[in-house]
Ligand binder design. Structure first.
Ligand SMILES: Cc1cc2nc3c(=O)[nH]c(=O)nc-3n(C[C@H](O)[C@H](O)[C@H](O)COP(=O)(O)O)c2cc1C
Ligand code: SF4
Ligand code: FES
Length: 562
């Protein structure tokens, strides 16, 4: 036998043996196909998710043969490739003997605002009216377009205020690609002074002065945690380089769509803010992690990053745009970093914090998209743009995503001290025929408050007294026609689906909570016990905050659950 044919032979005893190595065998055709797709691309481990996207986009699924070939090309074990591919909702792994999904996929949003707008009925009607051999219909979490509920995604085309008729028409027209928004491009932004602040800072700026400016504006992290923005820069600078900046564009908290609106309108305000922060912490490279549910934004950012490279604002490859793959937990900063490194999005234990040990183990500044948008505004227009706005004793501005039972859902930029009454007024009042009953102040993690709590400023720190928080300011308004109990169940179903499964209190707790909340009357003592275990013992914010909708529903809407 030739030497190369004996490679990997598994010998258990003299004379016995297998002619092939253990595990799945390499398929020559699949290997050639994967090689062709990856030609000229880096094969480093962190590119795994990008490469999985390439295969999924080309073949409509990830066959076992392609995964095996990818493992071979990237010098990874099959187990590593498989565990990553199966973690993310937007990858379809198809093993030998299994049937690949049909060419077209419809994802119907089942999060709260879309459920209120009839997404369940829409999904059922679509399932009945379409041939499953040609189109599959799946449920999916919030797509960041709650102002146009119900929403579905056909291929990569989002149908807003979706109906059966609109969907059938789009299928017939083959409209499965994203529509590009009409946004401000580089030339228009530069014409109004864009990138001059960045150039001046790079020439002879003092990063500590900029940090003070940001601190004095009162800007706080708009991803939800509300940490004073400038403060983080000092933490990251205190650690030795190389350092990185990672932008959180995951925007997965149901009801939130403010980052999308800012990016669809003025992407360069965000990009300049990002480059100012990168300059301040001397970042060697910038990663933008953008959710896969925003394909048009991914395309426009690719275009505008190239434009920045051509114009000489950044060197080629300095900004590395990474595409998420449908996992809410990747919005949690350490899970996002795992995902940027090409792994499953599983939150890390802290300490160490990402400011010290972040991407590739290096100090990393993580900021939400909107936070960086405001960094730019503060640097260009002065800290007063935020600090001079005062209402109800609170300072600053907030981009509220408002949806649910209001006349004109949308993103409203209002003083941070605004109340739900102000928000409903800004959104044109309640929808016709609906009267105000309850609201979600900041995503499902914040639970529900009753209409009687309508005079609380919706700002950081204030809502703690009510055992809730403003988070990413994802406000959903419920009316007399809605059930708080159903809304809370919707929220827990979301957490059950999106728990990464790493820790038992969250993985089992969410599942158990959904079961208990589905019963005609809630076993409140048992639910309270469960809530305590989840809040106290979960590793990250998902499991810690998941009890909020349960507890607040028990407190404010007892008549619905007894
Ligand atoms: C479960 C969970 C999900 C999160 N999702 C997001 C998200 O989608 N976008 C975001 O910017 N921050 C999200 N965060 C907050 C981030 O962990 C982090 O605090 C933020 O990106 C820091 O940026 P900032 O200081 O500019 O807000 C999430 C946190 C948790 C616990
Ligand atoms: S709390 Fe939930 S999402 Fe967070 S690490 Fe634990 S299992 Fe994962
Ligand atoms: S897009 Fe459906 S709830 Fe956000």
């Amino acid at each position: 036998m030739a030497l190369d044919q004996r490679k990997g032979v598994w010998k258990t005893a003299p004379g016995k043996g297998r002619g092939t190595p253990k595990g799945r065998q390499l398929d020559d055709t699949a290997l050639a196909e994967v090689r062709a797709l990856l030609e000229g691309r880096p094969l480093s481990r962190d590119m795994l998710i990008e490469h999985l996207h390439l295969i999924q986009d080309t073949y409509g699924h990830l066959s076992a043969a392609h995964l095996r070939a990818l493992a071979e090309e990237m010098r990874l074990s099959m187990a590593e490739v498989y565990e990553v591919a199966t973690f993310y909702a937007h990858f379809d792994v198809v093993k030998e003997g299994e049937r690949p999904p049909p060419a077209l996929t419809i994802r119907v949003c089942d999060s709260l605002s879309c459920e209120l707008a009839g997404s369940q009925q829409l999904q059922a009607a679509l399932e009945q009216g379409l041939d499953p051999a040609e189109v599959r219909v799946l449920r999916a979490p919030c797509m960041g377009r709650c102002d146009s509920a119900p929403v579905l995604e056909l291929g990569h085309h989002h149908i807003l205020n979706a109906t059966e008729a609109k969907t059938h028409a789009a299928i017939a027209a083959g409209h499965t690609h994203p529509d590009m928004p009409d946004y401000q491009g580089l030339a228009a932004y530069e014409a109004e002074g864009g990138y001059q602040t960045l150039a001046a800072l790079r020439a002879d700026g003092n990063w500590e002065e900029v940090q003070d400016r940001v601190l004095s504006s009162g800007l706080r992290g708009l991803g939800g945690a509300g940490f004073p923005s400038g403060k983080k820069w000092g933490f990251v600078r205190a650690a030795d380089g190389p350092r990185y900046l990672a932008v959180n564009g995951d925007e997965g908290e149901p009801g939130t769509f403010k980052d999308r609106v800012h990016l669809e309108r003025e992407p360069h305000v965000f990009l300049e803010g990002m480059l100012i922060a990168a300059w301040a912490v001397e970042a060697e490279r910038v990663f933008i992690y953008m959710r896969d549910e925003y394909p048009a934004i991914i395309a426009l950012l690719r275009r505008e990053i190239s434009a920045l490279e051509v114009a000489g604002h950044v060197s080629a490859g300095y900004i590395d745009l990474r595409r998420g793959a449908g996992a809410y937990i990747c919005g949690e900063e350490s899970a996002m970093i795992e995902s940027i490194e090409g792994k499953r999005g599983i939150p890390r234990h802290r300490p160490p914090y990402v400011a010290q040990v972040g991407v590739f183990g290096r100090p990393t500044l993580v900021h939400n998209v909107e936070t960086l948008y405001w960094v730019c505004k503060v640097c260009r227009e002065g800290p007063e743009i935020l600090s001079s706005v005062e209402k109800n004793g609170r300072r600053g501005l907030r981009s509220f995503s408002v949806s649910g039972r209001v006349r004109s859902p949308g993103m409203y930029q209002l003083p941070a001290g605004s109340t739900i009454t102000d928000l409903i007024a800004a959104a044109g009042g309640m929808a016709a025929g609906h009267s105000f009953k309850a609201y979600q102040p900041g995503g499902p993690s914040s639970g529900l408050l009753p209409a009687s709590k309508a005079d609380i400023p919706l700002d950081f720190d204030v809502l703690q007294e009510e055992d809730t928080f403003i988070g990413s300011a994802a406000v959903v308004v419920l009316s007399d026609q809605d059930s708080a109990r159903d809304a809370a169940l919707n929220m827990l179903r979301f957490f059950e689906d999106e728990s990464c499964g790493q820790c038992t209190p969250c993985r089992v707790g969410c599942e158990k909570a959904v079961k208990l909340m589905s019963a005609p009357s809630w076993d409140q003592p048992l639910l309270e016990e469960l809530c305590t275990a989840m809040a106290d013992a979960s590793i990250c914010g998902l499991g810690q905050a998941a009890p909020n909708p349960i507890r607040l529903t028990m407190r404010h809407f007892p008549e619905e659950i007894e």
